[in-house]
Design a protein. Structure first.
Ligand code: GLU
Length: 307
């Protein structure tokens, strides 16, 4: 089977345990399928990009012995490609322009408008929709989402069905400030890089439904999905690079960290492997990689990692 996977970190901070899980999971899945593994830096949003973070993440991957295939793609160099995708969607009437300000949305009753927390995905009440027309600068562009559930398969979780219209509504592809949204860039780039398999955290499961819709709207090939258990801190919160999640550090050594990721992913590495070298651990992990170990999407506490 042809296989091309990827790891697509946002360079908003250093590699923490959760992003290491995504890196290791996507890498092992690719190598266990004798596939390629690409790295893409998702630096779409300049205010959230931390100078030096991309280089630091790449250096960490190398230190662990994760070698990527081909050049590293940087989303910040691809705005013209995203603009072209917006053009195509506009021509095929898939877009809606939102004339609402965030403040106006916030004033609407709860059942019509509800910020989802990211600040960029808001319920989209009909009152605020402009009909088709020129996309004035300064207006967010959203994908028109059809009613009903979007179905896709996850290799570990099985068939999934998510009603994007009911849970998110028409979602943003280009923000009011002119920046392109993650959902658009990720779909365009996965297709441009010929990605066949997306392996990433369960926090992105609901995004997958949006991305399946976008692939269809853009006429792009479908990809296979595998969502990994989500690493949370001791308060149950997702670890985030921009938050206070401790970076993956040297305590326990890189081999110790890799061993912890394998345990976290339910790979049941034998205890004796803990004392082995990184290459030995990789060999074992590639040979024994099994997605049955994940046991669902439930969040799990990350082991203590400290810088
Ligand atoms: N850039 C996203 C992140 O760092 C991941 C995107 C993806 O894997 O699709 O959370």
């Amino acid at each position: 089977m042809s296989y091309r996977g990827r790891f697509a970190p946002s360079p908003s901070g250093c590699l923490h345990f959760g992003s290491l899980v995504a890196a290791v999971g996507s890498y092992l899945d690719a190598r266990a399928h004798a596939g390629q593994w690409l790295v893409r830096i998702e630096d779409l949003d300049p205010p959230r990009t931390r100078p030096g973070a991309a280089g630091q993440i790449l250096a960490e991957l190398e230190a662990y012995g994760m070698q990527w295939d081909g050049p590293v793609l940087q989303q910040s160099s691809r705005f013209d490609v995203y603009a072209e995708a917006i053009e195509r969607l506009t021509r095929s009437h898939f877009l809606r322009e939102c004339t609402c300000t965030r403040a106006a949305l916030a004033r609407l009753p709860e059942n019509q408008s509800r910020p989802t927390g990211t600040g960029e995905e808001l319920f989209h009440p009909a009152a605020c929709l402009a009909v088709d027309g020129a996309h004035a600068p300064g207006q967010a562009l959203r994908l028109r989402v059809p009613a009903g559930a979007i179905a896709f398969d996850d290799r570990s979780l099985g068939p999934q069905s998510i009603d994007v219209a009911a849970t998110v509504g028409d979602f943003v592809l280009r923000r009011r400030d002119g920046l392109y949204a993650y959902q658009l860039a990720v779909v365009v780039d996965d297709a441009a890089q010929g990605i066949t398999d997306v392996v990433r955290g369960c926090d992105l499961l609901s995004s997958t439904a949006r991305q399946v819709l976008l692939q269809r709207a853009l006429g792009l090939p479908p990809v296979r999905y595998l969502h990994l258990p989500l690493a949370v801190d001791d308060r149950g919160l997702k670890l985030s690079k921009s938050g206070a999640a401790p970076a993956v550090g040297r305590r326990g050594g890189l081999a110790g960290q890799l061993f912890a990721v394998l345990e976290f992913l339910g790979q049941a590495p034998p205890a004796a492997l803990r004392r082995e070298s990184l290459p030995m651990i990789w060999d074992w992990a590639r040979e024994h990689w099994r997605v049955e170990g994940f046991a669902g999407c439930a969040a799990r506490a990350a082991p203590q990692v400290a810088c």
